[in-house]
Design a binder for this molecule. Structure first.
Ligand code: CMC
Length: 391
C-alpha cells in the first residue's frame, strides 16, 4: 500500500512547470508563448511558430532567415536510412515506420551528442524539425513503391514537404496555392498542446536522460492511438462508413450507447469543455480548401450533419463534447490528396515542433526530475512460494 493521490489519466496532476503553451479549456483559449492561436493561424507560418515554441520569442527577419537556412541545411536523410526503409513490409502503416525511423536517428547522432551542451541540444531539435518531414515523405513513397525524393531546399518548409511527397521526375508539380496555405495552417494548429499524452511521453522519456531522437520516437508512438493523434485517420474512416447524411442519426445513437463501444471520433477533449478553438479555424479552412479546389466531397456533408446532430443531442451537450481539432482536418488532407494512413504522420510532423520545445525546456529546468509515478497496489499480500507439483 502507500499514501498516494490516485489520479488515473493525470486529470488533476501538473507534472512540470512550462512557459510554452497555455490552454483555458472552459473559455476555449489556446496561446503559444502568449500569442493567441487565431493570430498565429492568420499571420504566422509553421516554421516561425516552431522557432517561437523553441525560443520563446518571435524571430526578427535575420533570426528567421538564419533558422530557415539551418533547418533547410539539415533536411537530408543519411543514405543508410534507405536500408531501414527497405526492411519494412510494403504495406506497413506509415506510423509504424515513423516510430522506427525517428528512433533510428538516435543511432546516427548518438556519439556526437553531449546533452550537457545547449548548442548540441539545439542542434538535435533542429535536426528533428528538419528531418521528420523528409522521413515522413519517404515512408509514404516507400508504401506506394516510389523512389525517395531529395528535399528541395530552395522551397519553403511546407512546399518542400509536398514536393517530397508527390513530385515525379521531369514532371513539374503544379500545386494550387491553397494547398501549402492549408497545410501550413494545419501544422500551426497542431504544433503544440501543452502536456498531451505524446508530449508527456516525450518528457517522461526525456526525464531519464535518454537520447532526444528516442524521446521523440516515443512521442510518435503515443500519438498514434485513436484517442490522440490517430483520431484524424479514425474520423475519416468513420465518415466513410457512415457514408450518407441519412445514416448520421443512427451513428449518433450508436455513439451514445456505451455497449456499442463506438465513440464519435473527432469529438470530445480532455481539456476543452466548451469548444476547441482549433476546430473553429479548421472548419473554416475546410470550406475554403474545398471551394478553391472545386472539390465536392460528400463526406463534408456527412461531417456537418454529424456535428449538427451531436450538438443538438442532450448526451453530447451534458458531457460537453464538441468537435475537436481532428474532426475536419482529415477532410482537408483528403482534398490535398494525402492518403488516409498518412494523416497521423502529418500530425507528427507538426507536433515535432512542440515535442522538441518541451524537451529543450525540460533539459534546462533545474527542478526537472526523473518521472516516476506511484500506484495503488491491488495485488496479493505476501504469500509463500508453492512448488510446481503442489499447484
Ligand atoms: N463519443 C461518445 N461519447 C464520448 C466521446 C465521444 N467521442 N468522448 C467522450 N465521451 C463520453 C464518455 O463515454 C464519458 O461518458 P460517461 O461520463 O457517461 O462515462 C464522457 O463522455 C467523458 O469521457 P472521457 O472518456 O472520460 O473523457 P476523457 O477526457 O478521458 O477523453 C477523449 C477525452 C478525447 C479521449 C475522448 O473524448 C475521446 O475518446 N474522443 C474521441 C477520440 C478523439 O477525437 N480524440 C482526439 C482528441 S483531440 C486531438 C489530440 O490532441 O489528440
Amino acid at each position: 500500500t502507500g499514501c498516494f493521490t490516485y489520479d488515473p489519466g493525470f486529470t488533476a496532476t501538473a507534472a512540470c512547470k512550462s512557459a510554452i503553451t497555455y490552454i483555458d479549456g472552459d473559455a476555449g483559449v489556446l496561446l503559444y508563448r502568449g500569442y493567441p492561436i487565431e493570430q498565429l493561424a492568420n499571420q504566422s507560418s509553421f516554421l516561425e511558430v516552431a522557432y517561437l515554441l523553441m525560443n520563446g520569442e518571435l524571430p526578427n527577419k535575420t533570426q528567421f532567415d538564419a533558422f530557415d537556412h539551418e533547418v533547410a541545411h539539415h533536411t537530408m536523410m543519411h543514405e543508410a536510412f534507405k536500408n531501414f526503409l527497405g526492411g519494412f513490409r510494403h504495406d506497413a502503416h506509415p506510423m509504424a515506420m515513423m516510430v522506427g525511423m525517428v528512433g533510428s536517428m538516435a543511432s546516427f547522432y548518438h556519439n556526437t551528442l553531449d546533452l550537457e551542451d545547449p548548442e548540441q541540444r539545439r542542434l538535435a531539435a533542429i535536426r528533428l524539425i528538419a528531418k521528420v518531414p523528409t522521413i515522413a515523405a519517404a515512408c509514404h513513397r516507400y508504401s506506394i513503391g516510389w523512389p525517395v525524393r531529395f528535399p528541395r531546399n530552395n522551397l519553403e518548409y511546407v512546399d518542400r514537404f509536398l514536393h517530397m511527397m508527390f513530385e515525379v521526375p521531369s514532371e513539374p508539380l503544379e500545386l494550387p496555392p491553397v494547398a501549402a496555405k492549408a497545410l501550413d495552417l494545419l501544422f500551426i494548429l497542431h504544433a503544440d498542446h501543452e502536456q498531451n499524452a505524446s508530449t508527456s511521453t516525450v518528457r517522461l522519456v526525456g526525464s531519464t536522460g535518454a537520447n532526444p531522437y528516442a524521446c521523440v520516437a516515443a512521442g510518435v508512438a503515443a500519438l498514434w492511438g485513436p484517442a490522440h493523434g490517430g483520431a484524424n485517420e479514425a474520423v475519416l474512416k468513420m465518415l466513410a462508413e457512415i457514408g450518407d447524411v441519412k445514416n448520421v442519426q443512427s451513428a449518433v445513437d450508436k455513439a451514445k450507447d456505451k455497449e456499442s463501444g463506438f465513440r464519435l471520433m473527432g469529438f470530445g477533449h480532455r481539456v476543452y469543455k466548451n469548444f476547441d478553438p482549433r476546430a473553429k479555424i479548421i472548419r473554416e479552412m475546410c470550406h475554403q480548401v474545398l471551394n478553391e479546389l472545386g472539390v465536392n466531397d460528400p463526406l463534408l456533408d456527412v461531417a456537418m450533419k454529424l456535428e449538427e446532430a451531436a450538438l443538438k443531442d442532450d448526451y453530447f451537450v451534458q458531457r460537453k463534447l464538441y468537435p475537436n481539432v481532428d474532426f475536419y482536418s482529415g477532410i482537408i488532407y483528403k482534398a490535398l490528396k494525402i492518403p488516409t494512413e498518412m494523416f497521423t504522420v502529418m500530425f507528427a510532423i507538426a507536433r515535432t515542433a512542440g515535442w522538441v520545445a518541451h524537451w529543450l525546456e525540460q533539459q534546462e529546468d533545474p527542478e526537472a526530475k526523473i518521472g516516476r509515478p506511484r500506484q495503488i497496489y491491488t495485488g496479493y499480500d505476501k504469500r509463500e512460494y508453492v512448488g510446481v507439483d503442489k499447484r
